[in-house]
Ligand binder design. Sequence first.
Ligand code: ADP
Length: 370
Amino acid sequence: MANIYPKLILDALRNVRYPGTGKDIVEMGFVSDDIHINGMKVSLSLLFDKPNDPFIKSIVKAAETAILTYADPNIEIKGNIEVKAKQAEAPKSTKLLPQVKNIIAISSGKGGVGKSTVSVNLAVSLAKKGYKVGLLDADIFGPSLPKMFNEEEARPLLEPMDGKEYIVPIEKYGVKMLSIGFFVNRDDAVVWRGAMAGNALKQLIADANWGELDYFLIDFPPGTSDIHLTLVQTLAITGAVVVSTPQQVALADARKGINMFTNDKVNVPILGLVENMAWFTPAELPENKYYIFGKDGAKNLAEEMHVPLLGQIPIVQSICEGGDKGLPVALNDNTITGMAFAHLSDNFIESVEKRNAELAPTQIVEVHNK
Ligand code: ADP
Protein backbone atom coordinates (compact mmCIF):
# COMPACT_ATOMS: atom_id res chain seq x y z
CA MET A 1 0.00 0.00 0.00
CA ALA A 2 1.47 3.34 -1.04
CA ASN A 3 2.13 6.23 1.26
CA ILE A 4 -0.45 8.89 0.57
CA TYR A 5 0.65 12.52 0.56
CA PRO A 6 -0.98 15.73 -0.72
CA LYS A 7 1.07 16.07 -3.92
CA LEU A 8 -0.06 12.62 -5.01
CA ILE A 9 -3.67 13.70 -4.63
CA LEU A 10 -3.10 17.02 -6.40
CA ASP A 11 -1.36 15.30 -9.30
CA ALA A 12 -4.26 12.88 -9.61
CA LEU A 13 -6.71 15.80 -9.64
CA ARG A 14 -4.82 17.44 -12.51
CA ASN A 15 -6.50 14.82 -14.69
CA VAL A 16 -9.91 16.39 -14.10
CA ARG A 17 -10.70 19.15 -16.56
CA TYR A 18 -13.33 21.79 -16.14
CA PRO A 19 -15.72 21.43 -19.12
CA GLY A 20 -15.21 23.92 -21.91
CA THR A 21 -11.98 25.44 -20.60
CA GLY A 22 -9.35 22.83 -21.39
CA LYS A 23 -7.88 23.59 -17.95
CA ASP A 24 -7.67 21.23 -14.99
CA ILE A 25 -9.30 21.91 -11.66
CA VAL A 26 -5.99 22.32 -9.82
CA GLU A 27 -4.66 25.06 -12.10
CA MET A 28 -8.07 26.74 -11.94
CA GLY A 29 -7.77 26.93 -8.16
CA PHE A 30 -10.72 24.66 -7.49
CA VAL A 31 -8.85 22.49 -5.00
CA SER A 32 -8.38 24.04 -1.57
CA ASP A 33 -5.06 23.76 0.29
CA ASP A 34 -6.50 21.79 3.15
CA ILE A 35 -6.13 18.21 1.96
CA HIS A 36 -6.46 15.99 5.04
CA ILE A 37 -4.85 12.57 5.02
CA ASN A 38 -5.30 9.99 7.72
CA GLY A 39 -3.92 6.61 6.66
CA MET A 40 -5.91 5.77 3.54
CA LYS A 41 -8.64 8.23 4.35
CA VAL A 42 -8.43 11.43 2.33
CA SER A 43 -10.72 14.42 2.61
CA LEU A 44 -10.57 17.70 0.76
CA SER A 45 -12.65 20.65 -0.37
CA LEU A 46 -13.44 21.76 -3.89
CA LEU A 47 -14.07 25.46 -4.28
CA PHE A 48 -16.46 26.76 -6.91
CA ASP A 49 -17.03 30.33 -8.03
CA LYS A 50 -20.76 29.87 -8.07
CA PRO A 51 -22.70 27.73 -5.59
CA ASN A 52 -25.04 26.75 -8.43
CA ASP A 53 -22.25 25.75 -10.84
CA PRO A 54 -23.92 23.11 -13.08
CA PHE A 55 -20.79 20.91 -13.09
CA ILE A 56 -20.40 20.48 -9.32
CA LYS A 57 -21.73 16.93 -9.21
CA SER A 58 -19.85 15.67 -12.24
CA ILE A 59 -16.58 17.26 -11.09
CA VAL A 60 -16.87 15.75 -7.61
CA LYS A 61 -17.48 12.35 -9.20
CA ALA A 62 -14.58 12.80 -11.63
CA ALA A 63 -12.31 13.89 -8.76
CA GLU A 64 -13.16 10.72 -6.80
CA THR A 65 -12.45 8.56 -9.82
CA ALA A 66 -9.19 10.38 -10.60
CA ILE A 67 -7.91 9.88 -7.05
CA LEU A 68 -8.70 6.16 -7.12
CA THR A 69 -7.29 5.74 -10.64
CA TYR A 70 -4.13 7.84 -10.48
CA ALA A 71 -3.21 7.96 -6.78
CA ASP A 72 -4.26 4.65 -5.17
CA PRO A 73 -7.37 2.47 -5.62
CA ASN A 74 -7.48 1.78 -1.87
CA ILE A 75 -8.01 5.38 -0.87
CA GLU A 76 -11.20 6.03 1.04
CA ILE A 77 -12.56 9.19 -0.60
CA LYS A 78 -16.26 8.72 -1.22
CA GLY A 79 -18.26 11.30 0.69
CA ASN A 80 -15.09 13.08 1.80
CA ILE A 81 -15.09 15.79 -0.83
CA GLU A 82 -16.72 18.91 0.49
CA VAL A 83 -18.02 21.52 -1.92
CA LYS A 84 -17.51 25.13 -0.93
CA ALA A 85 -17.92 28.45 -2.67
CA LYS A 86 -14.81 30.50 -3.32
CA GLN A 87 -14.61 33.49 -1.05
CA ALA A 88 -15.85 36.51 -2.96
CA GLU A 89 -13.03 38.98 -3.29
CA ALA A 90 -13.24 41.62 -0.65
CA PRO A 91 -13.06 45.10 -2.05
CA LYS A 92 -9.52 46.22 -1.45
CA SER A 93 -8.83 49.23 0.71
CA THR A 94 -12.11 50.90 -0.18
CA LYS A 95 -14.15 51.65 2.85
CA LEU A 96 -17.65 50.27 2.57
CA LEU A 97 -20.37 52.63 3.72
CA PRO A 98 -18.11 55.69 3.98
CA GLN A 99 -21.00 57.92 5.04
CA VAL A 100 -22.01 55.71 7.94
CA LYS A 101 -20.76 56.71 11.38
CA ASN A 102 -21.57 53.55 13.33
CA ILE A 103 -22.20 50.04 12.06
CA ILE A 104 -23.88 47.92 14.70
CA ALA A 105 -24.40 44.14 14.73
CA ILE A 106 -27.53 42.99 16.56
CA SER A 107 -27.19 39.35 17.37
CA SER A 108 -28.55 36.55 19.49
CA GLY A 109 -27.26 33.10 20.24
CA LYS A 110 -30.68 31.60 19.70
CA GLY A 111 -33.67 32.27 17.45
CA GLY A 112 -36.97 33.55 18.78
CA VAL A 113 -35.58 35.62 21.65
CA GLY A 114 -36.79 38.87 20.10
CA LYS A 115 -33.69 40.01 18.23
CA SER A 116 -35.69 41.42 15.32
CA THR A 117 -38.21 43.02 17.66
CA VAL A 118 -35.37 44.74 19.51
CA SER A 119 -33.65 45.76 16.22
CA VAL A 120 -36.80 47.32 14.80
CA ASN A 121 -37.79 49.14 18.00
CA LEU A 122 -34.25 50.34 18.65
CA ALA A 123 -34.10 51.69 15.07
CA VAL A 124 -37.45 53.45 15.43
CA SER A 125 -36.51 54.86 18.82
CA LEU A 126 -33.20 56.24 17.49
CA ALA A 127 -34.98 57.77 14.47
CA LYS A 128 -37.50 59.41 16.83
CA LYS A 129 -34.58 61.00 18.66
CA GLY A 130 -33.48 62.62 15.39
CA TYR A 131 -30.71 60.26 14.33
CA LYS A 132 -30.29 59.04 10.75
CA VAL A 133 -30.87 55.31 10.96
CA GLY A 134 -30.49 52.38 8.55
CA LEU A 135 -31.62 48.85 9.30
CA LEU A 136 -30.52 45.78 7.37
CA ASP A 137 -32.35 42.52 7.93
CA ALA A 138 -29.50 40.02 7.52
CA ASP A 139 -31.61 37.25 9.00
CA ILE A 140 -31.84 35.31 5.74
CA PHE A 141 -33.35 32.28 7.48
CA GLY A 142 -36.41 34.22 8.48
CA PRO A 143 -36.51 37.79 7.21
CA SER A 144 -39.11 39.47 9.38
CA LEU A 145 -38.49 43.16 8.80
CA PRO A 146 -40.97 43.64 5.91
CA LYS A 147 -43.78 42.34 8.13
CA MET A 148 -42.69 44.27 11.21
CA PHE A 149 -42.91 47.49 9.18
CA ASN A 150 -46.06 46.39 7.35
CA GLU A 151 -44.17 46.71 4.07
CA GLU A 152 -44.47 43.18 2.76
CA GLU A 153 -45.49 44.33 -0.68
CA ALA A 154 -42.71 46.90 -1.03
CA ARG A 155 -40.12 46.34 -3.76
CA PRO A 156 -37.04 48.57 -3.60
CA LEU A 157 -36.28 50.61 -6.72
CA LEU A 158 -32.99 50.94 -8.52
CA GLU A 159 -31.44 54.35 -8.98
CA PRO A 160 -28.55 55.20 -11.34
CA MET A 161 -25.58 56.97 -9.79
CA ASP A 162 -22.07 57.43 -11.22
CA GLY A 163 -22.78 54.97 -14.02
CA LYS A 164 -23.97 52.25 -11.65
CA GLU A 165 -27.37 51.22 -10.37
CA TYR A 166 -28.01 51.36 -6.64
CA ILE A 167 -30.82 49.83 -4.61
CA VAL A 168 -32.91 52.46 -2.85
CA PRO A 169 -33.78 51.36 0.71
CA ILE A 170 -37.44 51.47 1.75
CA GLU A 171 -38.07 54.24 4.27
CA LYS A 172 -40.63 54.12 7.06
CA TYR A 173 -40.92 55.73 10.49
CA GLY A 174 -37.68 57.59 9.67
CA VAL A 175 -35.76 54.33 9.22
CA LYS A 176 -34.15 53.30 5.92
CA MET A 177 -34.29 49.55 5.58
CA LEU A 178 -33.54 46.62 3.35
CA SER A 179 -34.25 42.93 3.73
CA ILE A 180 -33.75 39.86 1.59
CA GLY A 181 -37.47 39.45 2.21
CA PHE A 182 -38.10 42.30 -0.26
CA PHE A 183 -36.41 40.32 -3.04
CA VAL A 184 -37.40 36.68 -2.55
CA ASN A 185 -40.61 35.13 -1.45
CA ARG A 186 -40.61 33.71 2.08
CA ASP A 187 -40.43 30.07 1.01
CA ASP A 188 -37.28 30.62 -1.03
CA ALA A 189 -35.33 32.22 1.78
CA VAL A 190 -34.18 28.94 3.23
CA VAL A 191 -32.05 28.06 0.19
CA TRP A 192 -30.03 31.27 0.58
CA ARG A 193 -27.26 29.67 2.53
CA GLY A 194 -23.52 30.02 2.72
CA ALA A 195 -21.69 32.13 0.20
CA MET A 196 -24.79 32.90 -1.81
CA ALA A 197 -26.44 34.50 1.19
CA GLY A 198 -23.20 36.25 2.10
CA ASN A 199 -22.95 37.74 -1.38
CA ALA A 200 -26.59 38.80 -1.42
CA LEU A 201 -26.07 40.57 1.89
CA LYS A 202 -22.94 42.27 0.65
CA GLN A 203 -24.97 43.58 -2.27
CA LEU A 204 -27.62 44.96 0.07
CA ILE A 205 -24.83 46.76 1.89
CA ALA A 206 -22.48 47.89 -0.86
CA ASP A 207 -24.88 48.29 -3.80
CA ALA A 208 -27.54 50.22 -1.95
CA ASN A 209 -27.72 53.95 -1.57
CA TRP A 210 -27.79 54.20 2.23
CA GLY A 211 -26.55 57.78 2.22
CA GLU A 212 -25.43 59.43 5.45
CA LEU A 213 -26.30 57.47 8.57
CA ASP A 214 -25.57 57.90 12.27
CA TYR A 215 -26.44 54.27 12.99
CA PHE A 216 -26.58 51.36 10.60
CA LEU A 217 -28.12 48.44 12.50
CA ILE A 218 -27.66 44.95 11.10
CA ASP A 219 -30.10 42.34 12.36
CA PHE A 220 -27.83 39.27 12.15
CA PRO A 221 -29.10 35.72 11.71
CA PRO A 222 -29.28 33.84 15.02
CA GLY A 223 -26.30 31.77 16.13
CA THR A 224 -22.76 31.86 14.87
CA SER A 225 -22.49 31.07 11.17
CA ASP A 226 -20.18 31.78 8.22
CA ILE A 227 -22.43 34.69 7.38
CA HIS A 228 -21.45 36.36 10.63
CA LEU A 229 -17.80 35.98 9.82
CA THR A 230 -18.20 37.29 6.27
CA LEU A 231 -20.07 40.33 7.54
CA VAL A 232 -17.72 41.16 10.36
CA GLN A 233 -14.69 40.70 8.13
CA THR A 234 -16.10 42.92 5.40
CA LEU A 235 -17.39 45.77 7.51
CA ALA A 236 -15.78 47.96 10.10
CA ILE A 237 -18.30 47.11 12.79
CA THR A 238 -18.38 49.55 15.70
CA GLY A 239 -19.78 47.02 18.12
CA ALA A 240 -22.36 44.32 18.76
CA VAL A 241 -25.55 44.23 20.78
CA VAL A 242 -26.53 40.77 21.99
CA VAL A 243 -30.18 39.98 22.76
CA SER A 244 -31.18 37.19 25.14
CA THR A 245 -34.07 36.14 27.29
CA PRO A 246 -33.35 35.40 30.97
CA GLN A 247 -33.80 31.66 30.33
CA GLN A 248 -30.77 29.44 30.97
CA VAL A 249 -30.69 27.85 27.49
CA ALA A 250 -30.85 31.26 25.82
CA LEU A 251 -28.12 32.58 28.12
CA ALA A 252 -25.78 29.71 27.25
CA ASP A 253 -26.15 30.62 23.57
CA ALA A 254 -25.83 34.35 24.28
CA ARG A 255 -22.50 33.61 25.98
CA LYS A 256 -21.33 31.82 22.81
CA GLY A 257 -22.53 34.79 20.75
CA ILE A 258 -20.52 37.21 22.91
CA ASN A 259 -17.43 35.02 22.64
CA MET A 260 -17.79 34.84 18.87
CA PHE A 261 -17.59 38.62 18.59
CA THR A 262 -14.82 39.11 21.10
CA ASN A 263 -12.50 36.34 19.95
CA ASP A 264 -9.13 37.38 18.49
CA LYS A 265 -10.06 36.74 14.85
CA VAL A 266 -13.23 38.80 14.91
CA ASN A 267 -12.51 41.31 17.62
CA VAL A 268 -15.77 43.24 17.67
CA PRO A 269 -16.50 44.89 21.02
CA ILE A 270 -19.77 44.18 22.80
CA LEU A 271 -21.78 47.37 23.27
CA GLY A 272 -24.13 45.59 25.62
CA LEU A 273 -26.72 42.95 26.33
CA VAL A 274 -30.47 43.39 26.05
CA GLU A 275 -32.63 41.24 28.28
CA ASN A 276 -35.82 40.71 26.31
CA MET A 277 -38.90 39.04 27.81
CA ALA A 278 -37.41 39.98 31.19
CA TRP A 279 -40.79 39.55 32.87
CA PHE A 280 -44.45 39.36 31.87
CA THR A 281 -46.68 42.30 32.60
CA PRO A 282 -50.42 42.30 31.87
CA ALA A 283 -51.31 45.62 30.22
CA GLU A 284 -54.09 46.22 32.78
CA LEU A 285 -51.76 45.57 35.77
CA PRO A 286 -48.46 47.18 34.71
CA GLU A 287 -47.07 47.02 38.27
CA ASN A 288 -47.30 43.24 38.32
CA LYS A 289 -44.23 41.41 37.11
CA TYR A 290 -44.12 37.67 36.52
CA TYR A 291 -40.65 36.28 35.91
CA ILE A 292 -41.67 33.41 33.68
CA PHE A 293 -38.21 32.83 32.15
CA GLY A 294 -36.39 33.42 35.44
CA LYS A 295 -35.26 36.67 37.02
CA ASP A 296 -32.31 38.81 35.89
CA GLY A 297 -30.60 36.04 33.90
CA ALA A 298 -29.19 38.37 31.23
CA LYS A 299 -28.49 41.06 33.81
CA ASN A 300 -26.33 38.61 35.73
CA LEU A 301 -24.62 37.43 32.55
CA ALA A 302 -23.80 41.05 31.66
CA GLU A 303 -22.19 41.54 35.06
CA GLU A 304 -20.28 38.32 34.83
CA MET A 305 -18.94 39.09 31.33
CA HIS A 306 -18.28 42.75 32.15
CA VAL A 307 -20.52 44.12 29.41
CA PRO A 308 -23.20 46.80 29.92
CA LEU A 309 -26.84 45.80 30.34
CA LEU A 310 -28.57 48.14 27.88
CA GLY A 311 -32.12 47.39 28.91
CA GLN A 312 -34.73 44.97 30.20
CA ILE A 313 -37.79 44.69 27.97
CA PRO A 314 -40.90 43.07 29.46
CA ILE A 315 -43.17 40.63 27.66
CA VAL A 316 -46.22 42.65 26.80
CA GLN A 317 -48.89 41.59 24.37
CA SER A 318 -48.69 44.93 22.54
CA ILE A 319 -45.04 44.25 21.54
CA CYS A 320 -46.06 41.10 19.74
CA GLU A 321 -49.15 42.73 18.23
CA GLY A 322 -47.14 45.78 17.17
CA GLY A 323 -44.70 43.47 15.38
CA ASP A 324 -47.48 41.67 13.56
CA LYS A 325 -49.29 44.85 12.55
CA GLY A 326 -46.19 46.72 11.47
CA LEU A 327 -46.60 49.31 14.22
CA PRO A 328 -43.49 49.07 16.43
CA VAL A 329 -44.29 49.97 20.05
CA ALA A 330 -41.31 52.34 20.16
CA LEU A 331 -43.39 54.78 18.07
CA ASN A 332 -45.29 55.67 21.23
CA ASP A 333 -43.23 57.00 24.17
CA ASN A 334 -46.22 57.13 26.51
CA THR A 335 -46.56 53.40 27.04
CA ILE A 336 -44.44 51.19 29.31
CA THR A 337 -43.10 49.39 26.25
CA GLY A 338 -42.34 52.62 24.39
CA MET A 339 -40.53 53.89 27.48
CA ALA A 340 -38.56 50.66 27.81
CA PHE A 341 -37.23 51.07 24.25
CA ALA A 342 -36.57 54.80 24.72
CA HIS A 343 -34.49 53.92 27.77
CA LEU A 344 -32.73 51.17 25.82
CA SER A 345 -31.82 53.54 22.99
CA ASP A 346 -30.43 56.10 25.49
CA ASN A 347 -28.15 53.47 26.98
CA PHE A 348 -27.22 52.26 23.52
CA ILE A 349 -26.19 55.75 22.35
CA GLU A 350 -24.13 56.19 25.52
CA SER A 351 -22.38 52.87 24.98
CA VAL A 352 -21.54 53.67 21.33
CA GLU A 353 -20.23 57.10 22.28
CA LYS A 354 -18.12 55.63 25.05
CA ARG A 355 -16.70 53.09 22.63
CA ASN A 356 -15.88 55.75 20.02
CA ALA A 357 -14.26 57.96 22.64
CA GLU A 358 -11.94 55.08 23.52
CA LEU A 359 -10.73 54.85 19.91
CA ALA A 360 -8.35 57.09 18.10
CA PRO A 361 -10.04 58.57 15.00
CA THR A 362 -7.78 56.59 12.66
CA GLN A 363 -8.94 53.34 14.21
CA ILE A 364 -12.60 54.16 13.74
CA VAL A 365 -12.29 54.05 9.93
CA GLU A 366 -10.23 50.87 9.84
CA VAL A 367 -11.67 48.13 7.60
CA HIS A 368 -11.23 44.50 8.55
CA ASN A 369 -10.67 43.24 5.04
CA LYS A 370 -8.65 40.10 4.84
P1 ADP B 1 -35.96 36.68 16.76
O1 ADP B 1 -35.63 37.81 15.82
O2 ADP B 1 -34.99 36.57 17.89
O3 ADP B 1 -36.18 35.37 16.08
P2 ADP B 1 -38.53 37.98 17.04
O4 ADP B 1 -38.18 39.41 17.25
O5 ADP B 1 -39.02 37.59 15.68
O6 ADP B 1 -37.35 37.03 17.48
O7 ADP B 1 -39.59 37.59 18.16
C1 ADP B 1 -40.20 36.33 18.22
C2 ADP B 1 -41.67 36.51 18.59
O8 ADP B 1 -41.77 36.98 19.93
C3 ADP B 1 -42.40 37.50 17.71
O9 ADP B 1 -43.70 37.04 17.51
C4 ADP B 1 -42.40 38.77 18.55
O10 ADP B 1 -43.50 39.60 18.26
C5 ADP B 1 -42.50 38.21 19.96
N1 ADP B 1 -41.83 39.07 20.97
C6 ADP B 1 -40.53 39.44 20.98
N2 ADP B 1 -40.25 40.18 22.06
C7 ADP B 1 -41.41 40.30 22.74
C8 ADP B 1 -41.81 40.95 23.96
N3 ADP B 1 -40.91 41.62 24.70
N4 ADP B 1 -43.11 40.86 24.35
C9 ADP B 1 -44.00 40.16 23.61
N5 ADP B 1 -43.71 39.53 22.47
C10 ADP B 1 -42.44 39.59 22.04
